[in-house]
Ligand binder design. Structure first.
Ligand SMILES: Cc1ncc(COP(=O)(O)O)c(C=O)c1O
Length: 376
């Protein structure tokens, strides 16, 4: 991370490969591999292994709290972002007449729970204008009926980074809605300031460089008593094995309610190790190292015959730049053959720049793309 020497020391597998696809899958540092081996050793202890398993659980929450700017007791762990949103939808118990605001730049995990036939709320769509989400465009969607506004801080689609302060102020002024923010494409890449957010969620396999099978939930103390997940299970149930267990089930309030059964401990070990690694490197330093690469990549792409999907203003950037080209599939294939890894989907290509990338990665990518675009 941050330079070639530490990249060689802390990671395997970058030699000869230009990896610009962290928005899909982060490359875990070696310490994450070691933590998974530790899990295996602890698992061999049988039930005694639960002591180190739950120690890792507590430490993972503490590391997540540090990175998110929350207290450890405000953090919960589950298995993925989708699971967290589904449990939130249970907790909200929306009724006919309630409204939920989603937006056009968001990932399906934050949109589809409210579109299920079992959800009686009306979904309102915050439209993107010119590939941006502008707070004033949402104003007319908000009212006393709005129960939830859900958005990603950084869009998976084009990397557009929402102005959170302005968005929160608009929502607060025009509705009593709860504000849920998915930070999957931001956490580990840019420093976060999440004041005023009611519900935070993140996947773990991208910019924080952990494994699959993890989900982080953060709920501030001020919201704790308003979020209680009415799901079955045991870990989140008060006195689940007590004498009243056949009479009632009471879920814990707040983030603890999002861990319903035996945790995915391999993912927890990986998460603790990855977050500890990233907290030591420092997210502000990662962002500082990445800015010049973003500032070189964007104008480099702008000169090429492609349609940019990421707006030009650097204040709206995190780590993603996306563009469109009719030959995206061919371009992607050819870059991949040269061991240059970016993402493509339905004509859209996406580049992701993280702290383990170098200016050389950016230059190799731009040179190869330019050469491919000139072929026909
Ligand atoms: C913003 C965002 N949220 C969530 C996810 C993934 O959700 P889940 O953890 O449920 O797979 C992604 C990408 O895969 C994403 O880009």
């Amino acid at each position: 991370m941050l330079d070639l020497n530490s990249r060689r020391r802390d990671f395997d597998g970058f030699d000869g490969r230009v990896y610009l696809n962290t928005a899909a899958e982060g490359i875990p540092p070696k310490v994450v591999g070691e933590s998974l081996q530790q899990y295996f050793r602890d698992k061999q202890l049988g039930m005694d292994g639960r002591i180190p398993h739950f120690e890792q659980w507590e430490q993972a929450k503490a590391e997540a709290a540090k990175m998110l700017g929350f207290e450890p007791e405000e953090i919960g762990l589950c298995s993925c972002t989708s699971e967290a949103f589904n449990l939130l939808s249970l907790a909200l118990q929306l009724q006919t007449g309630d409204e939920v605001v989603v937006n056009e730049l968001d990932f399906p995990a934050g949109i589809t729970p409210w579109l299920q036939p079992t959800c009686p709320a009306t979904v309102r769509r915050w439209k993107a204008s010119d590939n941006r989400l502008v707070a004033t465009d949402m104003q007319s969607l908000l009212s006393s009926k709005t129960r939830l506004v859900t958005l990603s801080l950084v869009s998976f689609y084009n990397g557009f980074t929402v102005s959170l302060e302005e968005t929160i102020a608009t929502i607060r002024k025009n509705s009593p809605a709860m504000i849920a923010v998915d930070v999957t494409q931001a956490l580990g890449r840019i420093p976060l300031k999440l004041d005023g957010v009611d519900f935070v969620v993140s996947s773990t396999h991208k910019w924080i460089l952990s494994s699959h099978g993890g989900g982080i939930v953060a709920i501030p103390k001020s919201m704790r008593d308003r979020i209680q997940v009415p799901a079955g299970g045991w870990l989140h149930i008060e006195d689940a094995f007590g004498p009243k267990r056949f009479e009632k089930a009471t879920s814990k309030f707040g983030a603890a309610g999002f861990s319903v059964g035996m945790p995915n401990f391999p993912a927890v070990y990986a998460l603790r190790a990855a977050l500890n690694f990233m907290n030591q490197v420092g997210i502000a330093r990662i962002d500082d190292v990445c800015r010049p690469m973003m500032e070189a990549c964007y104008p480099g792409l702008k000169k090429l015959p492609i349609e940019m999907l990421t707006p030009p203003e650097p204040t709206a950037w995190a780590g993603i730049i996306a563009f469109r080209h009719p030959d995206a599939e061919r371009l992607h294939r050819s870059l991949h053959q040269q061991n240059i890894h970016v993402m493509h989907q339905a004509g859209r290509m996406r580049v992701a720049i993280h702290g383990y990338n170098t200016m050389d990665d950016v230059e190799q990518f731009l040179t190869a793309l330019k050469a491919e675009l000139s072929k026909k």
